[in-house]
Design a protein around this ligand. Structure first.
Ligand SMILES: NC(=O)c1ccc[n+]([C@@H]2O[C@H](COP(=O)([O-])OP(=O)(O)OC[C@H]3O[C@@H](n4cnc5c(N)ncnc54)[C@H](OP(=O)(O)O)[C@@H]3O)[C@@H](O)[C@H]2O)c1
Length: 243
């Protein structure tokens, strides 16, 4: 049975990704930061599938914890087939209220985290002789900018760079790709003002935000043999931009 590691796999997009992999009989290793209740709820909802589910409370930006995570998974499962760097945060504020501390917190989770997992778990996969890495990026990394999220936007642009660099480093053993998502209906956007949401929806050809499952299906596809020739790509999934 194959094993997937999904950082931030206990809610939002990560949970939807976990569900698709569960449907395809994967063992799931789902990390989270604080919210144990959501983690346990996700485990409960996915328990009836065939694979094992391991919840790990672990900060993805903590090097020792990433090393420990890898050590534990190596003991528990025969292989690590897919790594999905999904954990991500945004702290939207006016430019005036942006602080260096918040900027660093965002970079730690959104960029240093994927660097650490891609380094340690990626090296393990490389030695193992197979594996896939999929990074969850954003259209904010390419051509969509907001001063309220300039730190987040920069972190995701960095993640695209990491994607291309690790694709080079691990070629031809590991395919490394990113999915650059547009707006998704998740908790990350729960406090969004209605007027802002309506304005954003008016820019999308499909006239709505994505459901998490619509992104999760693309992520799963990238992990399949059918996607074997997709490598070093940033794949945009945003419902189409009205121009
Ligand atoms: N929502 C959107 O519109 C949108 C658009 C484009 C891209 N994305 C990207 O999609 C990904 C998932 O976003 P989402 O909307 O599903 O977010 P979410 O609902 O807020 O879930 C984030 C998950 O990441 C975990 N997490 C946060 N910081 C962590 C850390 N340092 N270490 C380990 N886990 C951590 C959270 O754990 P806790 O529950 O314990 O806090 C939670 O499980 C992110 O990378 C985000 O940037 C989202």
């Amino acid at each position: 049975m194959k094993t997937v590691i999904i950082t931030g796999g206990t809610k939002g997009l990560g949970k939807a990704i976990a569900k698709v992999f569960a449907l395809h009989n994967y063992n799931l290793v789902l990390t989270y930061l604080h919210d144990e209740k959501s983690a346990l709820q996700t485990k409960k909802e996915l328990e009836h599938f065939n694979g094992e589910i391991v919840l790990v409370k672990s900060d993805v930006s903590d090097e020792q914890k990433v090393i420990k995570l890898l050590d534990n998974i190596k003991c528990q499962f025969e292989s690590i087939d897919v790594l999905i760097n999904n954990a991500g945060i945004a702290i939207d504020t006016t430019l005036e209220d942006k602080t260096v501390d918040n900027f660093k917190t965002i970079l730690n989770t959104n960029l240093i985290g994927p660097f650490l997992t891609s380094k340690y778990i990626g090296q393990f996969m490389f030695k193992q002789g197979f594996g896939k890495i999929i990074n969850i990026s954003s259209t904010n990394s390419i051509d969509t900018y907001y001063q309220e999220s300039l730190d987040y936007d920069a972190s995701k642009a960095g993640l695209n760079s990491l994607t291309l660099n690790f694709a080079n480093i691990y070629a031809p053993i590991i395919n490394v790709n990113a999915v650059a998502c547009g707006w998704i209906n998740t908790e990350m956007n729960k406090n969004m003002a209605h007027e802002f949401k309506d304005k954003e929806i008016s820019k999308i050809l499909l006239n709505r935000f994505a459901e998490p499952s619509e992104i999760a299906n693309v992520v799963y596809f990238l992990a399949t043999d059918e996607a074997s020739y997709i490598n070093g790509s940033i794949i945009r999934v945003d419902g189409g931009v009205r121009r």
